[in-house]
Write a protein that binds this ligand. Structure first.
Ligand SMILES: Cc1cc2nc3c(=O)[nH]c(=O)nc-3n(C[C@H](O)[C@H](O)[C@H](O)COP(=O)(O)OP(=O)(O)OC[C@H]3O[C@@H](n4cnc5c(N)ncnc54)[C@H](O)[C@@H]3O)c2cc1C
Length: 445
């Protein structure tokens, strides 16, 4: 297959690397080659997970193979995006069991990162809704795996960041809905104590929840937030006329100069957002695309952070130490005077059997940090120390900076994972810039 050299990056646009790329047109062209390689879906992971010597672009391997609209199951090639799936299933009364905050991701990417959504505290991660996968191994064998068949390989592949093989096909269980709308409710919290109390209040709990945090608020207002809860609206409850989904053609046409996004402009935006969203105290209906994918409305929004890109620092802290850790993380970020345009807090449920799956019972905090100077690295090392001290971990799908040593402490099952990797890929054919950085390769000799 012809290879083309091109500069590639993840969604954070840091780092940028020149990679050889191949773009298979058909399923049967998906296969391991002689150089080291890594599959790539839509490049929506933020760092270097989908970069490497050779990158296999899976976007053309995107056929939907079977959709049972009675049983609510779907089988598709892994290059299919969630946006494509939703277009087919929503009109038939079905929805994704788990969705990340963008629909422009591939099924393969969702499996490889074992993504979580706003319903993780109830429904777990993506892998927990998979019926089966077909995995293409380094020796070319196509292997079916699931929680009951080749289970060890399955639990190494979900969250395994593409390093056990190419995910070829995904079969998934869907959830029933009666309308494309969500019933949403917002709750303002004056500070972090307030938002943790909201998350802990069982009376306010709903199928989905997430909190937006004003990352620049300090002192008594540290962690002031808006908790946004919701569930799929019942068609019978909807008013007779509903607003259709906002159709957006907005796009960031160029990189925003660094001076536009500074502590003052972010502070002003956060003030505006907090008062506007925090005042929506009555339940309201929103189209699922506005509720789940607010950022998808602005194409190339990642240009907001300028040419040098940004990192998203996402960690999870076990419940017991979560309040102390999130306080320390937000204080550290505010003191650094690095504006984080987007800061999100979410409660996660129990961890699953995925050896490298990210979620565990606790709270996850995600912070966008512009990559303006070398100080960002020092800052993330300090954030890592806080996370480690509280028994937490950083999400690989967002990561570009973690060290191998820190990774090993954060992911205590990595040795088990490496044994499976060694067994299915003894020559280390599947490798990425991330796997090299984190020492997630095969040990020779
Ligand atoms: C705006 C935004 C919001 C997000 N919100 C969330 C969220 O709420 N929750 C969450 O969990 N994540 C979230 N993410 C992260 C995103 O869901 C994951 O990074 C996902 O993996 C991206 O899918 P992709 O198709 O773009 O994969 P890529 O970025 O292309 O690849 C990601 C990883 O998957 C592997 N991979 C991709 N396809 C295959 C394949 N066919 N076979 C084997 N390996 C493969 C790659 O090798 C790589 O390791 C968000 C990202 C963005 C940009």
């Amino acid at each position: 297959m012809n290879k083309l050299n091109q500069p590639l990056s993840g969604w954070g646009r840091y780092p940028v690397q020149t990679c050889a790329t191949s773009r298979p047109e058909r399923y049967q062209d998906l296969q391991a080659s002689s150089t080291t390689q890594i599959a790539r879906g839509q490049g929506r992971s933020y760092g270097d997970a989908a970069l490497g010597e050779t990158v296999i672009l899976t976007e053309r391997v995107n056929r939907m193979l079977a959709f049972d609209s009675t049983a609510g199951t779907l089988r598709a090639e892994a290059g299919v995006t969630l946006a494509e799936v939703l277009e087919v299933i929503v009109p038939q009364g079905w929805f994704l069991p788990v969705t990340p905050g963008t629909r422009f991701v591939s099924l393969g990417g969702c499996v490889a990162a074992d993504v979580h959504g706003k319903n993780h505290h109830h429904d777990g991660a993506f892998s927990q809704h998979i019926i089966a996968l077909e995995l293409i191994l380094a020796d070319g064998a196509k292997v079916a795996c699931s929680a009951t068949e080749n289970a060890a390989l399955f639990w190494a592949t979900v969250g395994g960041m593409g390093l056990t093989g190419i995910i070829g096909e995904v079969s998934l269980r869907l959830i029933p809905i009666t309308s494309p709308y969500m019933q949403v409710r917002h709750y303002a919290a004056a500070n972090l104590t307030g938002v943790f109390a909201l998350f802990d209040n069982a009376a306010l709990d709903d199928a989905y929840s997430v909190a937006w945090i004003d990352s620049l608020a300090t002192g008594k207002s540290l962690g002031r937030s808006v908790l946004m809860t919701g569930h799929h609206a019942d068609a019978a409850d909807l008013p007779s006329v509903m607003r259709p989904a906002a159709k957006s053609t907005l796009s960031m046409p160029f990189d925003l100069p660094a001076f536009v996004l500074n502590p003052w402009t972010v502070k002003a935006f956060n003030q505006f957002y907090y008062s506007r969203e925090g005042h929506k105290t009555q339940p309201f209906f929103a189209h699922y695309s506005d509720y789940f994918y607010p950022l998808d409305g602005i194409a190339h929004w990642n240009r907001l952070y300028g040419k040098s890109g940004f990192v998203q620092y996402q960690c999870v802290i076990p419940t017991a130490g979560a309040f102390a850790a999130v306080t320390a993380l937000l204080e550290k970020l505010a003191a650094s005077r690095r504006p984080s345009f987007l800061a999100v807090l979410k409660k996660l449920g129990a961890q699953n059997q995925g050896l490298l799956s990210f979620p565990l019972a606790g709270y996850t905090l995600a912070l966008d940090i512009p990559m303006r100077d070398a100080g960002v690295l020092a800052l993330t090392r300090e954030l890592d120390a806080i996370v480690l001290a509280h028994g937490g971990r950083v999400y690989l799908a967002k990561d570009a900076l973690l060290t191998a040593q820190t990774f090993r402490i954060m992911y205590p099952r990595h040795a088990e994972w490496l044994r499976i990797k060694q067994a299915v890929d003894p020559d280390g054919r599947f490798a990425s810039s991330m796997s090299q950085r984190l020492d997630l390769g095969v040990q020779h000799g």
